[in-house]
Design a protein around this ligand. Structure first.
Ligand code: ADP
Ligand code: MG
Length: 329
């Protein structure tokens, strides 16, 4: 199923929530809309699902949404039926469609196998882990073969170490069933890892809609760049010192590299251990820069040179990929 969202506006009690939101989702595509809490992500999903009406704009699909080709919304808190077993929860949509018992059993059993829940078929939701509950919710959605799958914060209730695993699992499932999927989330890394395209929502507007690589490396503007992670803003003179075109540039902390040089123009002002990298605060000609390094460089007070991380041959490509447009351009 293809989906075209055009010019959605939505206000609650006169307070605008969504402002002129438009984007398209191709058949079998997985799209994530990411944005801070309260930006209107759930509202957007509810409008797509038909649970809420937009004040203006349109949600169009290339085929009608029907009982046979439904749009299924998986709510943030999963809302499993507490007094039904896992099997009964997953069977619910098929029973409501009055399918033959044998077919229900076969399809539910297949789905429980795919979602690694076969051993939990007779368990009740309260007896499950968070990850298992999430998989039951997905199995319950997928068993009716939805033409459109809508996921509201699919990682919100999961332990940190389960989030990425779940993202990759959702990705694999969505590929396996070719289900057109829209997910809304504030979990950036998971969205970047699993999505074909990412929409960045700030202040109720969709600021950018592009591949994960593009939104991360070429954000539409400085605010979008900062939402996705820390950035250094270099003024023209500093950009020129790094061999970049002499215009203001935005660079990710991992795009900069430090080299120890007692006569270097930079100075390590502070550093902290961040687990899989070390974060350095470096002053360079009066500008404070953040630089992430996998390897230790030096202690506070050490003088350094600051450069772009790239081998000589890759430098041009690296600059192209890591230099963002000027703010406002
Ligand atoms: P998100 O999912 O991005 O956190 P929501 O779509 O839930 O954001 O909410 C966006 C804004 O709209 C919030 O300020 C919220 O309080 C408000 N809102 C959402 N639903 C309603 C409603 N039914 N009535 C009034 N205000 C609402
Ligand atoms: Mg929400």
């Amino acid at each position: 199923m293809r989906l075209a969202i055009s010019n959605l506006d939505k206000s609650f009690q006169g307070v605008p929530v969504l402002r002129d939101v438009s984007f398209e989702v191709g058949h079998g595509e997985l799209v994530s809309i990411i944005g801070p809490s309260g930006v209107g992500k759930t509202t957007l999903l509810h409008i797509i699902a038909g649970l809420e009406r937009a004040d203006r704009g349109d949600v169009a699909t290339d085929r009608p949404i029907t009982r046979e080709e439904p749009a299924i919304l998986v709510f943030q808190d999963y809302v499993l039926f507490p007094n039904m077993t896992v099997f009964e929860n997953v069977a619910f949509g098929l029973r409501a469609r009055r399918l033959p018992r044998a077919e229900i059993r076969r399809r539910v059993t297949d789905m429980l196998g795919y979602f690694r829940l076969q051993d939990r078929a007779e368990a009740y939701p309260a007896q499950l882990s968070g990850g298992q509950r999430q998989r039951v919710a997905l199995a319950r959605a997928m068993v009716v073969e939805p033409a459109l799958l809508l996921l509201d914060e699919p990682f919100a209730n999961l332990d940190r170490n389960l989030k990425m695993e779940t993202a990759l699992f959702i990705r694999a499932t969505q590929r396996e069933f070719s289900t057109t999927t829209v997910s809304v989330t504030h979990d950036l890394e998971e969205a970047l890892a699993m999505s074909d395209r990412i929409g960045i929502m700030l202040d109720g507007r969709l600021r950018q809609y592009a591949s994960p690589r593009e939104v991360y490396l070429r954000p539409a503007d400085e605010q979008t760049a900062r939402f996705l992670g820390p950035v250094n803003r270099l003024e023209p003179a500093q950009a020129a010192l790094l061999g970049l075109p002499a215009e203001a540039a935005l660079l990710r902390p991992e795009s900069l590299c430090l080299t120890v040089d007692d006569d270097g123009p930079g100075r390590i002002e502070s550093l902290h251990f961040a687990g899989h990298y070390i974060s350095y605060q470096v002053s360079l000609h009066g500008t404070a820069l953040t630089v992430y390094s996998l390897a230790p460089v030096g202690e506070t007070g050490q003088r350094v040179r600051v450069g772009l991380c790239a081998s000589g041959a890759d430098l041009r490509e690296s600059i192209d990929n890591h230099t963002f447009p000027k703010h406002g351009s």
